[in-house]
Design a binder for this molecule. Structure first.
Ligand code: SAH
Ligand code: DHB
Ligand code: MG
Length: 223
């Protein structure tokens, strides 16, 4: 495989960011807090955040489910897309991350009910299903990659016809191309992409996403 010019990717990403996601003190403060807490900078990029926001707006989402909160950066983008009275449920296994995200989201969004739920996402999803949680209009999967297929199956039980199911990091700089890749994250993403493509209930595409490396966002529509 030809190496990709990382400098070029970064320049293009900054160009898109300058045009579509200008400096935002609330989002910057979220990243600042995450850094101060020693969290890894594995949030979505600003341009990808804008894409999540636009997708939610385009479908008129009122109820959004996120799997993998970290510091709440992508959650801010998603919450901002919702109308007054909208609901964002976001799942996080790390209690410290969840608490940080709660504080940040309380300050960043006031028009939406934000529920940050601590625990293993699959267990929480099963709880939501068991208690008859109403369906979500959009689901964003961004937690541990080896369990993406499990999250997809559970998310489908919380979906309706027209729900959009998104998943981050499904290209991973091309490591998903290699069926023998030893990277468990690449294997997880590859299995997810295959499961989505083969699913009779889903129509989908993968959109490349620029970071320091090339990644991708999976977009699937529930029939
Ligand atoms: N969506 C965030 C980034 C999420 S990073 C953003 O773009 O801003 C992935 C997160 O998933 C981490 O915070 C990690 O703690 C969480 N995670 C990992 N395994 C999990 C699990 N089994 N259940 C719930 N959350 C999990
Ligand atoms: C990783 C996780 C992410 O969600 C991401 O966007 C980038 C990297 C990781 O675990 O390496
Ligand atoms: Mg991610």
């Amino acid at each position: 495989m030809q190496p990709v010019d990382a400098g070029l990717l970064e320049h293009i990403d900054r160009y898109i960011e300058a045009l579509s996601a200008p400096v935002d003190p609330t989002l910057d403060a979220c990243l600042q807090r995450a850094r101060a807490a020693g969290l890894p900078a594995i949030n979505v990029s600003a341009a990808e955040g804008k894409l999540l926001y636009l997708l939610a707006r385009l479908i008129g989402a009122r109820r959004v489910l996120e799997i993998g909160t970290l510091a709440g950066y992508s959650a801010i983008w998603l919450a901002r897309a919702l109308p007054a009275g909208g609901v964002l449920v976001t799942l996080e296994i790390d209690p410290a991350c969840a608490e940080l995200a709660r504080r940040t989201l309380r300050q960043a969004v006031s028009h939406v009910t934000v529920d940050v739920r601590v625990g293993d996402a699959a267990a929480t999803l099963r709880e939501l299903i068991a208690r008859g949680e109403p369906a979500f209009d959009l689901v964003f999967i961004d937690a541990d990659k080896p369990r993406y297929v499990e999250y997809l199956e559970l998310a489908l039980r919380l979906a309706h016809a027209g729900t959009v199911i998104l998943a981050d990091n499904v290209v991973r700089h091309g490591t998903v191309l290699d069926p023998a890749a030893e990277d468990a994250n690449a294997q997880g993403a590859r299995a997810y992409n295959a499961a989505v493509a083969a699913h009779p209930q889903l129509e989908s595409v993968i959109v490349p996403v620029l970071r320091e490396k090339l990644d991708g966002l999976s977009i699937a529509l529930v029939r």
